[in-house]
Design a protein around this ligand. Sequence first.
Ligand code: GLY
Length: 341
Amino acid sequence: MTKRRDFLQSLGMMGISLPVLHKILNRDSSYVPTTAASPLVMCSRGESWGKKVLEPAWAKFKETNSILDAIEAGSNVVELDPEDTSVGYGGLPDERGVVSLDASIMYGPTYNCGSVASLENIKKACSVARLVMERTDHSMIVGAGALAFAKAHGFPEENLLTENARLTWLEWKENLSDNDDWLPPPDGDYKKFRKGGTINVLGMGSEGDVAGITTTSGLFGKIHGRIGDSPIIGAGLFVDNEVGAAGATGRGEELIRTCGSFLLVEKMRAGKSPQIACEEVIERIFYVNGGKKNVNFNVKMVAFNKDGDAGSASIMPLGDNASASVITAQGMRLIPGKSMM
Ligand code: GLY
């Protein structure tokens, strides 16, 4: 016992805390601890969307000093933007041509969480998820129940299918099979649209309080009722107030079967840097796919830890969408994403 105390005392004199010793023993050579944790908001997208999301999120944080308000404000920007085809209004629909949304929120200080799934006709799915967390004794509400719950809280019911999303769906529907009665136009003249991706907005407040949101319209053309990883705590989102926050985008089925975001946070708890932890979750996805790296789907993991270090990794190269972004009092910085394929 005395030896252990002496050992801990000598580590302290060298400025090495137990978590840092753990990182060293885990041979995580990329880990360079920063000195002081300070408030931040992280977005799973890079420069242009990052700016669109993080600036209003940061403004909200400065106004309210609430990290939950901040990440909700940032997520709402994408949910309300018809240009983004994978989140909220403007999201691509399911096989019936109906947009249905999945979203989750988690708050580190209480380890409380809320989510909605298969939510139709409501734009701000993450705000409904927050109400599930704060105004019910449940964690998850789905389908017609989620819509009724949202309406009970005054959310307006609106059609989420934009003209762009309808035409994209129609092209998909008419070209799905030669054995059905849907025929494409003779000239095949469909309008082509930019595709987006689910979004994670994670944050840490002034007291080191960690929180996160994941929000999406899910897989384009999904079977009615299919739920992805985004509303499932541990799959599309996980935060731990002692450790940090993690979020996922991409093929939800893979994230559900690997508990991707929970796994990532646990890797950080074990001393891995956010970057290494992101890469190791992608490796785990290769492992459950028989060790194959040439999978035909993509997943992107993002995370930060309580030191304010952040990481990002994906299966396939994502071009402009490879990076993630972080905003602090010092301004915005990009987190370059590593492709693991
Ligand atoms: N990651 C979003 C989904 O699979 O639905």
